[in-house]
Design a protein around this ligand. Structure first.
Ligand code: PLP
Length: 478
């Protein structure tokens, strides 16, 4: 494809994208395909001769789209949102055209500098203390990571580095592998599976703390576990507090937890993957109390802030811990300002880094703080509306409090009946939800996702759920 054709095809693709998003309601949100459906439609090997764009693009509608789960659909209620927006798309297009790799300041200075500035903007927007921001002479700051999972792992490795350093200073005779074998990390029994994965990779024990009746980890339960482990000769070193759990969007008691971490010298990481976006609204910031004593926090603008995946915002108060955990300095990566300017390669696991700050910058500027707050509040309002519809139907129960844009519900009765409802809903493809288990109770999660969702969409979805529930209950009586 030459430049002349790209100008034409590029415009056609932009039109296709707009039509796709404008008419997304007409598509089945969840595909009815079986594993292998693409294998049956495309050749086993790549074409030897190049194909015309028109031939390639035809396959988009005939082969690809029928197997897509439409995450931007107003009827998508599974997982947490992964929203996009036009300014974000334009940012991605430009990022892809520039395609620079910002591993050091010198590898593309604008990439690093914009990221620092935008991470300071975003940090201020959610009310983070100054210690998390890039400041002259400061050691804190923000970085864009690929995912919340990666941020959790990075935080655990940074915490491990600090714990080993501290322990070795006190006991120089003990080797670091021996220390590693005694380290214990903590999270609630409601934490995301990525915390377990981080502990697996970091080769440290992970202890789950039983959450309370509101699915929150409390300071008292955490402290008890730390004391028990110390008595066993183990070394507690890192805690992950979740703000907005995946199962029910519950909030751990950050203030109690971070104070314990601070006084007991444990690294406190805050995983706010979904809920973090809501902190741009001051009325949702109470859950952040205690952040001043935490060491790191991450949330995904790629979930609820309409910035494309991938974009996870992570802040630390001590970037030295990241440097300690990840510092390698081959000659070919040094430059005139090494040690003076930020080299993000020391803040992350891969060397290379996409210019992700551009799309974030565009979205924040184009919507403004007010526009983004309006979007978050509208999502919460729609979830409240859905919650009131469920509450009014006595066949259903709400086994956990609604927080933000996530409602969890179930049919009154045993787990099987709710599981049957969930399976039938997904098979019909008109709405898409995923289940969760809350202390043994099977629940269906309903997250408000698309910025295009209207009250009418919510009412339509509820009618679908109520209709299928009627059939499920009727069948269960036979
Ligand atoms: N943490 C929480 C609380 C989540 O809900 C999720 C995913 O939804 C994750 C972490 C993982 O996010 P990511 O896909 O960015 O790794």
């Amino acid at each position: 494809m030459d430049s002349k054709e790209f100008r034409v095809r590029g415009k056609e693709v932009v039109d296709y994208i707009v039509d796709y998003l404008e008419n997304i309601r007409e598509r089945r949100v969840f595909p009815d395909k079986k594993p292998g459906f693409i294998r049956d439609q495309i050749p086993d090997s790549a074409p030897v001769e190049g194909e015309a764009w028109s031939t390639i693009f035809e396959d988009m509608e005939s082969i690809i789209m029928p197997g897509v789960t439409h995450w931007q659909s107003p009827h998508m209620h599974a997982y947490f949102p992964a929203l996009n927006s036009y300014p974000s798309m334009l940012g991605e297009m430009l990022t892809n055209s520039i395609n620079c790799l910002g591993f050091t300041w010198a590898s593309s200075p604008a990439c690093t500098e914009l990221e620092m500035m935008v991470m300071n903007w975003l940090g201020k927007m959610i009310g983070l203390p100054e210690t998390f921001l890039h400041r002259k002479g400061g050691i804190g700051g923000g970085v864009i990571q690929t995912t919340a999972s990666e941020s959790t792992l990075i935080s655990l490795l940074a915490g491990r580095y600090m714990a080993m350093k501290m322990y070795q200073e006190m006991h120089p005779e003990v080797c670091k592998y021996e220390i590693n074998g005694k380290l214990v990390a903590y999270c609630s029994d409601q934490a995301h599976s990525s915390v377990e994965k981080a502990a697996l990779i970091g080769l440290v024990r992970l202890r789950y703390i039983e959450s309370d009746e509101n699915f929150s980890m409390t300071g008292a339960n955490l402290m008890k576990a730390i004391m028990e482990d110390r008595d066993k000769g183990l070394i507690p070193f890192w805690v992950c507090a979740t703000l907005g759990t995946t199962g029910s969007c519950a909030f751990d008691k950050l203030k109690e937890i971070s104070e314990i971490c601070y006084s007991e010298l444990l690294w406190c990481h805050v995983d706010a993957a979904y809920a973090g976006s809501a902190f741009i609204c001051p009325e949702f910031r109470d859950w952040l109390k205690g952040i001043d004593k935490a060491n790191s926090i991450a949330f995904n603008p790629s979930k609820w802030l309409m910035v494309h995946f991938d974009c996870t915002a992570m802040w630390v108060t001590n970037s030295g811990a990241l440097h300690g955990a990840f510092n390698v300095n081959p000659l070919y990566l040094t430059h005139e300002y090494s040690g003076l300017a930020i080299d993000y390669m020391h803040w992350q696991i891969p060397l290379s880094k996409r210019f992700r700050a551009l799309k974030l910058w565009f979205v924040i500027r184009n919507y403004g703080i007010k526009g983004l707050q309006k979007h978050i509040r509208h999502g919460v309002f729609l979830a409240e509306k859905f919650e009131s519809l469920v509450r009014a139907d006595t066949r259903f129960e709400l086994p956990a409090r609604r927080y933000l844009g996530l409602v969890v519900f179930r049919l009154v009765g045993d787990n099987v009946i709710t599981e049957t409802l969930w399976k039938r809903l997904n098979a019909r493809g008109r709405i898409h939800c995923v289940p969760a288990s809350l202390k043994g109770k099977y629940v269906i999660r309903f997250t408000v996702t698309s910025p295009r969702t209207t009250i009418d969409d919510i009412v339509t979805d509820w009618k679908e759920i109520a209709l299928v529930a009627t059939q499920v209950i009727k069948d269960s009586l036979i």
